[in-house]
Ligand binder design. Structure first.
Ligand SMILES: [Zn+2]
Length: 453
């Protein structure tokens, strides 16, 4: 690690402050992220969390010699059971297909795989051992075939999410059940009826609750204390609060995660994404008509702790930016990168300030377009740090030049509608986007015609 290495600062949810990041072991930085529950295609909100992890791990790999990145797969869950039954397929077939799709979709967007990707169903023995430990230490109790964590026995419960136990109960949708001592107690293990997945345990045939798997798998692969735990802000409570409670009670000398990173949510056209609003977008929905790199770049437009508003105009802007960056790198091949310019590293070390990093890249593009080859090499290197500019300019523009007539006609119609709605920014963006792809629009008395430049 060079002396001039910039100091990485990261926001820590537990301390509620942006603080310098100091690894427990600079020779092996350890990161855990909560991965998908595998019953359906990943949506772009899921992607934002996976992308935040990706740029964080890419930066850590740039700064430190070795990083161990663990991201789990939740493959036992009531939603999986219900979906498999609704589809009329086996759970194994549903989870195997969904995992394949998840890997394909993330790879398309340039999200690198984790070093370890443990599956919950392969770590039941570790979960049972943790639950036994929690019962033995008085933090959990068995009732009617269930094992529950007793939140009243852990005084620090709520410290991570910053809510008092009373607020937590009022705010959370807590399941009231006769076998619970306290409404806020959460399930570590529950009985499984025949026909549902189940494992033999000291409490009968059953299956784990959701939270215990991350305590078990992070301990198995990263130890009692590790550097960074991350996920979407929706996981802060109750999931991460519960993980922390379990792990701190089992391993009181450890700290569990030293640093908690949570990304803000993603909106679509200013609204929370939901199936009922009709604005629910899977990664595949977006990639059907958008280059994957443009989706990736769009997700970097906002710093990870800011709410990101996903719009078509934002995707178009991302495409324009990539057109500009690829023009700037010109014939420089993807592997001809120079060192990553210090200003770009500094921006990323400023709590993953991707808007600032992209602004620095625009500055490099200015100089590269004016003929500065070093700036072009710097732009290539900055692209590698952010997982962008992974192809030759030729490949990027040829993919764009393959634009078909149906797509052009659809875009012309969309531009007409945008003008009618006085959305001139959108109309201009469509014209500029087509121009970048070698399609020139000409407005005349008889309407809009197009030609290849
Ligand atoms: Zn988790």
């Amino acid at each position: 690690m060079p002396d001039s290495m910039p100091q990485l600062t990261l926001h820590d949810s537990r301390r509620r402050a942006t603080v310098p990041f100091a690894p427990l072991d600079p020779g092996n930085v350890r990161v855990y992220y909560c991965g998908p529950t595998v019953y359906d295609l990943a949506h772009i909100g899921n992607l934002r969390a996976m992308m935040t992890a990706d740029i964080l791990v890419r930066l850590l790999r740039h700064l430190y010699p070795h990083v161990t990145y663990v991201r789990n797969i939740t493959d036992v869950d009531d939603k999986i059971n219900a979906r498999a039954r609704a589809n009329g397929e086996t759970i194994d077939s549903l989870t195997a297909r969904t995992i394949r799709d998840f890997h394909d979709d993330l790879a398309a967007v340039g999200v690198l795989p984790p070093d370890v990707e443990p599956r919950a169903t392969r770590h039941i023995a570790e979960m049972i051992a943790l639950i036994e430990c929690l019962i033995a230490s008085g933090h959990a109790y068995e009732a009617q075939g269930h094992v529950l964590f007793a939140v009243a026995r852990f005084p620090d419960y709520g410290a991570l999410s910053g809510r008092s136990p009373d607020d937590l109960l009022a705010g959370a949708r807590v399941e009231v059940a006769p076998y619970k001592r306290d409404a806020g107690d959460f399930v570590l293990w529950k009985p499984s009826e025949p026909g549902l997945p189940g494992w033999e345990s000291p409490w009968g045939r059953g299956r784990p609750g959701w939270h215990i798997e991350c305590s078990a798998m992070s301990h198995r692969y990263l130890g009692e204390s590790f550097d960074i735990h991350g996920g979407g802000s929706d996981l802060l409570f109750p999931h991460h609060e519960n993980e922390l409670a379990q792990s701190q009670c089992c391993f009181p000398r450890g700290r569990f995660a030293n640093h908690w990173v949570h990304n803000a949510m993603l909106l679509v056209n200013g609204e929370k994404m939901s199936k009922s609003l009709g604005n629910f977008l899977t990664i595949r929905d977006v990639l059907a008509d958008t280059p994957a790199e443009a989706l990736r770049l769009m997700l970097l437009h906002a710093q990870y702790r800011s709410v990101l508003n996903f719009t078509r105009a934002g995707l178009d802007e991302a495409k324009q930016t990539l057109n500009r960056f690829y023009r700037a790198v010109g014939d420089l091949p993807p592997d001809a990168a120079g060192p990553v310019p210090g200003a770009v590293v500094a921006a990323m070390c400023d709590d993953l300030n991707t808007p600032r990093a992209l602004a620095e890249m625009h500055g490099l593009a200015d100089r590269a377009l004016a003929g500065d080859r070093d700036a072009a090499r710097g732009l290539r290197a900055a692209g590698q740090l952010l997982g962008l500019l992974g192809q030759s300019a030729d490949t990027w523009f040829r993919a764009g030049a393959g634009v078909g007539e149906a797509e052009i006609d659809a875009l012309i119609a969309e531009r007409l509608a945008a003008r009618a709605a006085r959305d001139f920014a959108r109309a201009d963006a469509i014209r500029a986007g087509l121009a970048e792809r070698g399609i020139v629009l000409e407005d005349g008395a008889g309407g809009t015609i197009w030609r290849r430049a």
